[in-house]
Ligand binder design. Structure first.
Ligand SMILES: [Fe+2]
Ligand SMILES: [Fe+2]
Length: 192
């Protein structure tokens, strides 16, 4: 069940970036900090590609697909979470747009970007919580040893072109880029 640990780790990476984004937004809104568009854009990009292209496909195609087969009572829950994966793609576009409008020089757009960031973060935190507190406990009970072999292989594979470890290394680089760009206390980037 290495996949369970990996899912928790991936959620933690996403949560760290969401938390960082909200922190920067608060600093901009209430402490007069200048917007650091490089960091904000890197954060939004990371959340987009890491969740859309890397994390959600593995959940949909391995964990959710097998849990549907083994425990049909979970179908409504899994359908809701799959819908959220699709909605997440739209919501992240809205967040990108809000950041774009703000970056194009109109400081009156900060509240709209702040609202989009807060809404996206709340949505994604709720989604991850449901997976950790509802899906994973059911998966532990109902999936078979051979299911876990397949899921673990997908989550740790070097070969799978969709979700391979090489893709994971790319996302780690992106994450490190955020840490290098973000000012303390979030990262180790320049303070102004
Ligand atoms: Fe998910
Ligand atoms: Fe997830």
């Amino acid at each position: 069940m290495r996949a369970i640990q990996i899912i928790h780790d991936e959620h933690r990476s996403l949560a760290a970036v969401l938390h960082g984004m909200l922190f920067l937004v608060r600093q901009m809104r209430y402490a007069g900090a200048e917007p650091n568009f490089d960091v904000l854009a890197a954060m939004v990009h990371y959340i987009d590609v890491f969740s859309e292209r890397f994390h959600h496909p593995k959940e949909d195609q391995y964990l959710f697909r097998l849990l549907r087969l083994r425990h049909p009572d979970a179908i409504p829950l899994l359908a809701k979470l799959e819908d959220e994966h699709k909605m997440g793609a739209e919501k992240i576009r809205a967040l990108e747009q809000a950041l774009d409008h703000y970056q194009q020089g109109d400081t009156t757009k900060l509240p709209a970007f702040a609202a989009a960031a807060a809404a996206y973060a709340a949505f994604h935190y709720g989604h991850m919580r449901a997976e950790e507190t509802e899906v994973l406990p059911l998966a532990r009970i109902h999936l078979t040893a051979s299911d876990w072999e397949m899921i673990d292989a997908a989550f740790t594979s070097h070969a799978d072109p969709l979700v391979g470890v090489e893709a994971g290394i790319e996302y780690e680089k992106l994450f490190r880029q955020i840490v290098n760009l973000a000012p303390p206390p979030l990262g180790i980037g320049p303070t102004s």
